[in-house]
Design a protein around this ligand. Structure first.
Ligand SMILES: Nc1ncnc2c1ncn2[C@@H]1O[C@H](COP(=O)(O)OP(=O)(O)O)[C@@H](O)[C@H]1O
Ligand SMILES: [Mg+2]
Length: 777
């Protein structure tokens, strides 16, 4: 090698070593513009305090740290190292690296830098691959490794290079403090400086369903100069919008998919009725009404109530809801230093639990509402009711609002022959219904818990009260409400559920905002949105009064469009769209919308028409009806997105118009629902018959089980027998145990008994023999 070449290489090496050393030793967090955002978000000197859990930050869930793949081009130093020393022997290199991996001291040192055993292992594998597979390593690393191989260096000298690599593939290690700070959700009251800048009076209207809570709050709202009503459903927002305008109090309507300004020139009215997620927390109002406050504990939507309660900028905040929320709201308001005045109401009409179940559809009477927790049961029951020559209305969650209203109108109309309603618990809130008697078809409902897991469980006292409370509406013709069950076995369960007190609310939901996620993304630019959310939730700290809402739906959508190139804000907005992920057609449409959007091509009406197959044909069977409901949801999605990206979703007027047409087509379909059911699957099972069969099976099974059970254990069962049989019945009836499974259980049970007998328990025959012998003696 020439002297000149030597000098050149040496100078390059020195430069390289200097920069690398400074990078390795700097080691601290990046100072980011995110920090200034944090300062804005958590102003100092605020009077807010928190019921702190005061604990040290929890360790991160490192299983969520997805290593990023490195771009190796900028690490290439040419072959400087090799020229200065010699090419490295890969066998020797492997031995050296594996010795490094086993060094306990290195593992401990790395752990201090946030690399737990899992990350250490992952980082090492990545580092080893990098060292062995790189054509030429950076000169400094090459020289160090060469020295170690030849005994001129210590194996621990690898550590800084290993750590540098680890921080490159796990960038979160270098900014953990910042990430923790961003995901610190302990003082949510401080996120709303406008609300904290005024003193608000909180009035809690507490009482059961139909006690006039909302009525009283709305009286105050109508009397105020300005007001905002925040409700859990579009239908409720609509109801207040109409009530307010017909009381000559101009009121606008804001839902995720609709903005209606009463002023022809589009100027905002003093009053606004909105769905709670849409409420504006920066506009000042005289009165704000937050309806159904107990939903603050809802695992998915609870955050919207928390935001409204802490953030609404109104002199008076009227919250309406279950008495079980009073103490909690008081406690929440301690953190903002605001007093809560409680107004308690009693039901306006009496409600009684009947002593008899309905048992047969022959016993239905006008004003009955059968409540089911599955759409299939709705279809089947309505068919059977109509087969008996009775007309019935049908209401379930996924019907468009116009259809729901028309079905409610039909049922409420004293001149309409339709006197029976079959509905899901969608009737629990939001529709004016003249119901005399609520009949629970079942008491088991699929539920999603705080972890996002779905399971069947008996409805809670709160849910049962909410639904039962719909019977005997104050202003309807039925001045007394009644509640019972369809099946005899369910009635004691219902009585028990309704006799229990509602669990007091203990926590309120929170969720990360777009700002939170944007700041996270700044630190972790290569992570997917879904991964960012996961890391956020795992690092987040909440005060004992709160929980982080389940964001599975958000993550589901984020994963679905991860491969589509979108900027973070747009991606975030798309993923907050309220869509039903169980509807494949809606999900596909969501994906298509996102793709078209990413191409910067406006989603025109004609484009949408091609996608949804417009115009719609009247449904011929239930499958068609379900599809039309999904198409309606897709149009809802369009409208929802159009308010977030106006330029890209320009044809709102046409889409709204077609949605109305579609609502009419669906209405026609629902009116003919019996015909649709008949022309659907011929194997369509009717749940009542299934229940009857299952009950027969259950009874046989119980008789069999009783015959098999030893006398002593039979005695022990005694008082519990009713409960056990109810449980089995319910399991069968609710489809958790099929007749086949039941038969199998019977077989297995007999086999177990036989085996026990074979293993030494005396058989009945033997016992008899022994007895005879004893008698002889
Ligand atoms: N004082 C009242 N005067 C007239 N109608 C009332 C009064 N209180 C309640 N209502 C009516 O009774 C029904 C139930 O009242 P609502 O406020 O919805 O009950 P809650 O919110 O407690 O479930 C509504 O139709 C409401 O308009
Ligand atoms: Mg109410």
């Amino acid at each position: 090698m020439s002297v000149n070449r030597c000098v050149h290489l040496f100078s390059r090496l020195q430069r390289h070593l200097n920069t690398r050393t400074s990078r390795i030793t700097a080691g601290g967090c990046r100072v980011t513009s995110g920090s200034s955002l944090l300062v804005q978000q958590y102003p100092t000197g605020s009077a807010v305090f928190c019921r702190g859990n005061g604990s040290s930050p929890k360790p991160p869930d490192t299983s969520l740290f997805v290593p990023i793949s490195l771009k190796t081009d900028d690490l290439d130093d040419g072959s400087v190292g090799a020229e200065l020393t010699q090419p490295l022997d890969k066998n020797e290199l492997l031995k050296v690296l594996n010795r490094f991996y086993k060094r306990k001291e290195m593992q401990k040192l790395a752990a201090d830098q946030g690399l737990d055993a899992r990350l250490f292992h992952q980082a090492f594998i990545s580092f080893r691959k990098y060292v062995l597979e790189m054509v030429s390593l950076p000169a400094d690393l090459h020289i160090i490794l060469n020295d170690i191989i030849f005994g001129a260096g210590h194996i621990d000298d690898i550590y800084p290079y290993f750590m540098r690599h680890a921080k490159q593939i796990f960038p979160m290690l270098d900014c953990m403090d910042d990430l923790r700070k961003i995901s610190d959700l302990r003082v949510p009251a401080n996120w709303y400086p406008e609300a904290r800048a005024i003193h608000r009076k909180v009035i809690f209207h507490a009482g059961p369903t139909n006690s006039g809570k909302t009525y009283h709050a709305i009286q105050r709202y109508l009397a105020a100069k300005s007001g905002v009503y925040c409700g859990p459903l579009k239908l409720l927002a609509h109801e207040i919008f109409e009530k307010s305008n017909s009381a000559n109090v101009p009121c606008d309507l804001v839902t995720g998919e609709e903005r209606t300004f009463v002023d022809p020139e589009g100027r905002a009215a003093g009053h606004v009725a909105c769905t709670i997620e849409m409420c504006n927390v920066t506009t000042p109002f005289e009165v704000a009404v937050i309806d159904e406050i107990q939903m603050i504990k809802d695992p998915s939507r609870g955050w919207a109530w928390t935001r409204a309660l802490l953030g609404l900028c109104a002199e008076e905040i009227h919250v309406c809801g279950e008495p079980a929320a009073v103490d909690f709201i008081r406690e929440l308001m301690y953190t903002t230093g605001e007093e809560v005045e409680v107004h308690t109401y009693e039901r306006l009409t009496p409600l009684s639990i009947l002593d008899n179940a309905v048992e047969s559809l022959d016993n239905l009477s006008p004003g009955d509402c059968i409540v089911c927790f599955s759409k299939n049961d709705i279809y089947s029951l309505s068919r059977q009711i109509e087969a008996k020559g009775l007309e019935c209305a049908v209401i379930y969650g996924s019907l468009p609002p116009g259809t729901k209203l028309s079905q409610a109108k039909k049922f409420n109309d004293p001149d309409d022959p339709c006197k029976i309603l079959v509905a899901t618990d969608a009737i629990g809130m939001g529709l004016n219904l003249s119901i005399k008697r609520i009949i629970f078809n079942s008491l088991v409902k699929p539920n999603i818990n705080e972890k996002g897991e779905k399971h069947m469980e008996t409805i809670s006292t709160s849910q049962a009260l909410q639904i039962a409370g719909r019977a005997g509406r104050f202003s309807s013709k039925f001045k007394e409400g009644e509640v019972t069950t369809m099946n005899r076995d369910d009635l004691p369960v219902l009585k028990e559920v309704l006799s229990q007190s509602v669990d007091p609310i203990q926590t309120a939901g929170l969720h990360p905002t777009a700002d939170h996620i944007e700041m996270f993304a700044y630190h972790l630019p290569d992570s997917s949105l879904s991964n960012l959310i996961d890391i956020f939730v795992s690092l987040s700290q909440v005060d004992g009064l709160y929980f982080v809402c389940n964001i599975d739906d958000f993550k589901f959508l984020a994963d679905m469009i991860q491969h589509i190139p979108l900027n973070l804000r747009s991606r975030y907005v798309f993923c907050t769209a309220p869509i039903n992920k169980r509807q494949p057609f809606v999900c596909t449409s969501f994906l298509k919308f996102a793709r078209q959007f990413s191409r910067d091509e406006p989603l025109t009406f004609s484009w949408v028409c091609r996608h949804i197959g417009w115009p719609p044909t009247p449904p011929k069977n239930i499958k068609d009806l379900v599809h039309l409901e999904a198409v309606h949801d897709v149009l809802d999605l369009y409208l929802w997105l159009s308010y977030r990206f106006m330029d890209m979703f320009p044809d709102t007027a046409s889409v709204r118009e077609s949605q109305r047409t579609l609502d009419d087509v669906i209405q026609q379909g629902v009116q003919n629902i019996t015909r649709l059911i008949r022309s659907s699957d011929p194997n369509f099972t009717d749940p009542l018959q299934t229940q009857r069969n299952a009950l027969d099976q259950t009874r046989n099974f119980q008789v069999a089980a009783r015959n098999i059970l030893p006398t002593k254990s039979r005695g022990l069962r005694g008082s519990k027998e009713r409960i056990d049989s109810t449980l089995t019945n319910r399991l069968v009836r609710d489809g958790l145990l099929t007749p086949d499974l039941l038969r199998q259980l019977q077989r297995e049970w007999s086999q177990t008994q036989k085996q026990q007998v074979g293993q030494g328990s005396p058989s009945a025959e033997q016992i008899n023999k022994n007895d005879r012998r004893k008698k002889k003696k």
